[in-house]
Design a protein around this ligand. Structure first.
Ligand code: ATP
Length: 265
């Protein structure tokens, strides 16, 4: 459903992404993983058409570069890293902006926005000024805006695409699971969710597939149980680790070690 063919991105003369190829099926949650500077956000920016690239990115058989932006906005929502608006809107007004591309009555819009506010435990924050929210509160509101954009629309056979850059970076444990749980349920409704994550254990818990980048190249693409193993992760993260199965779900959990000598110094 989402495919990337021979994708290359350069900044100046420097190759940031080289020859990225993948095909992702409908109904899946995909995590993009990799160390700092590996090219994860750049890949997401190529998927969102925010940067120039060579190659083809297509969704449901359509080349995204050739799509009409207004039509695309009804099928694809994006949550970028560190986006802090400087305008004193309420949280509810920001979430409602997610619905602007959708043709619906005021009553329907109000109902859809209220549903998302309730789903994300945002009732107490709904009338707050977004410039005065904490980092985690704002991240939840930004996710709600993105979720509202695609939630509650009539399903069409071509599905929808949600692109998230580090959606849980500032969130407490409960809200990490809330956000990724909603994203995963959304994926299961015949859509695709792609999320950049740093937390390998959250990737193991939620992702159907992981794309592991290193130095601008796709090193591994597969199920978390195949990719999240010592021989793949140690050369990339340069960290001592132990990988044991989750006691309930029997999927790999990564237990990393502090630098040598620090813990017992
Ligand atoms: N506009 C730019 N001009 C030049 N180089 C850039 C630009 N944007 C990103 N880069 C470089 O491209 C590389 C990949 O950056 P990117 O932001 O995609 O990494 P990332 O994997 O998302 O990293 P992080 O985990 O730190 O967020 C980095 O070396 C970065 O310095």
């Amino acid at each position: 459903m989402l495919s990337c063919h021979a994708l290359h991105v350069k900044h100046g003369h420097r190759a940031i992404l080289a020859d990225i190829n993948f095909e992702l099926a409908a109904g899946q949650f995909i995590a993009i993983l990799g160390e700092n500077g590996a090219g994860k956000s750049t890949l997401l920016q190529a998927l969102t058409q925010d940067i120039d690239y060579q190659g083809t990115v297509s969704f449901a058989g359509q080349d995204l570069a050739a799509c009409n932006p207004a039509q695309l906005a009804t099928r694809r929502a994006v949550m970028l890293q560190h986006s802090r608006p400087n305008f004193a809107f309420s949280a509810k007004a920001l979430i409602a902006m997610g619905r602007y591309p959708i043709t619906e009555s005021e009553r329907e819009r109000e109902a859809n926005v209220n549903e998302v506010i309730a789903l994300l435990d945002l009732t107490a924050l709904a009338e707050r000024d977004i410039t005065a929210l904490s980092g985690g509160e704002l991240q939840r509101v930004q996710f709600a805006r993105c979720f509202a954009q695609l939630n509650g629309q009539r399903r069409d056979s071509s599905g929808k695409l949600m692109l998230l850059d580090e959606p849980t970076a500032a969130l407490d444990l409960h809200h990490q699971h809330k956000v990724l749980g909603l994203a995963k349920q959304f994926a299961r409704q015949g859509n695709v969710v792609v999320a950049v994550l740093h937390d390998l254990n959250l990737a193991s818990l939620y992702a159907d597939q992981v794309l592991l980048l290193a130095d601008g190249r796709l090193q591994q693409h597969g199920a978390p149980s195949d990719v999240l193993c010592q021989q793949v992760l140690k050369p990339i993260y340069h960290t001592e680790m132990h990988i044991n199965p989750h006691p309930v779900y029997h999927i790999p959990m990564i237990f990393s070690e502090p630098l040598k000598g620090v813990r017992h110094a």
